[in-house]
Design a protein around this ligand. Sequence first.
Ligand SMILES: *Cc1c(COP(=O)(O)O)cnc(C)c1O
Length: 512
Amino acid sequence: MTITKAATHVTQNEALVFERSQTGRRGYRLPALDVEETALDELLPAELRREDDLEGVPELSEPDVVRHFTRISTWNYNIDLGLYPLGSCTMKYNSRLNERVARIPGFAALHPLAPEEDAQGALEVMYELQRHLAEITGLPGVSLQPAAGAHGELTGVMMIRAALDARDGTSSDEAQRRKVMLIPDSAHGTNPASAHLSGFTVKTIRSTPEGLTDLDNLRELCASGDVAGLMLTNPNTCGIFERNIKEICAVVHEAGGLVYMDGANMNALVGVARPGDMGVDVIHLNLHKTFSTPHGGGGPGSGPCCCTAELEPFLPVPRVTSGGETGDTRFALEYDRPQSVGRVKAFYGNFGMHLRALAYILTHGNEGLREATEAAVLNARFIAAGLADTFDSPFDSPPMHECLFTDKRQSRKGVHTLDIAKRLIDYGFHPMTIYFPLIVSGAMLIEPTESVGRAELQQFVDAMKEIAREAVEDADTVLNAPHTTRIGRLDEAAAARKPVLRWRPAERAAGA
Ligand SMILES: *Cc1c(COP(=O)(O)O)cnc(C)c1O
């Protein structure tokens, strides 16, 4: 029996909600007015009133709407479905308990302007989280305000600027000259963006053939006397631990600069090593990566900034502080901090994320956090070892929590990183991070996280090996992948550069 298009309507070719519209359909009915209608003309000035009659708003019943969105939701890949090996992004499983905690009504419904004495529980959550993050990073000053990693970076480099200005003044020749932020060529694009936005000039440090920061190049750049600081990711974006980190920090400090660490890769360090002990002055954490909590699809983020005691006066206001063990307001908000860079986010940051991260930390405990880190590194090494004979790896150093391969061997047959990533979708996996870091041609950055077991890791390795075999024996299958999705290969450049964000019935009808 052939299946007609009509019979497959539930899962295939879902029309836009506008296209499903039927004149007169509705999801509710209100009782007739029992008061006199007020003419809108009296309430709104003429120039603010719209003249059309809301043309084009879809008319649908409640089940029409619910089923439309539920069907579309089943087309998504998500973290609860399977391995999501996006390198650098740390897409780990988010436990249901974290979500339960974030939904406790006393927290979820608390008004951000509630007086301090009525918000002691929420302040205690933030205070406790700060304490744990300080312990994990070895950096005692913490602000939970920044709403994302990039926002934490911006906050951190603003603090570096403020600290240098406080130390050197702003008018001396030296202060005028000290405007250079050093950033390795492997860095995430947000690093130079944050430095630039804070008024720094960016100079790039080379990486060695081993994938590490080139110390000689660093010394050379530091000799010029214009270095304000260094922004370094560790383990770096090649997944390799910068084993010279203490020396790197010492060179920058000797040159009068401060060290910023991009903490996006802290999933390789939590419970094992502390940036504060390595000489780092200020770091951001991505709670939405390292401490579970959902992200992707624009989900909420949180990028706390942690710093040394010397930099603490420059943290954003207000600061959440503790007045002691007794009294009604044991926890308070402190605004009077004259050296602060100011406020960087409305209220106190994304509080729901603070709850989830604290729940993650407390349910793991000290041992559990360390175990999660060890498992994350072990899992990445399992994949690295499993694929070592099949894919080219650009560096010899053993990877930490993510491993890096290239398409060098497959590209001889015309199959590139993008094709391999698309073909992975047919095998039921979300693709890995591709073409990042930029210094590695055809990069595939794979980060399984601690959330997957051995069987799924093996499935992933098998799928990648199978794709490598196809690249040789049946390149067309890989080049035209994915084959199992509703829509094949998208024009991603057009989608990014010329997104169609509005749907207008008339233009659509006219073929625009
Ligand atoms: C994710 C990431 C960032 C930026 O963090 P956001 O929370 O996405 O703003 C910065 N650096 C690295 C290395 C990252 O992986």
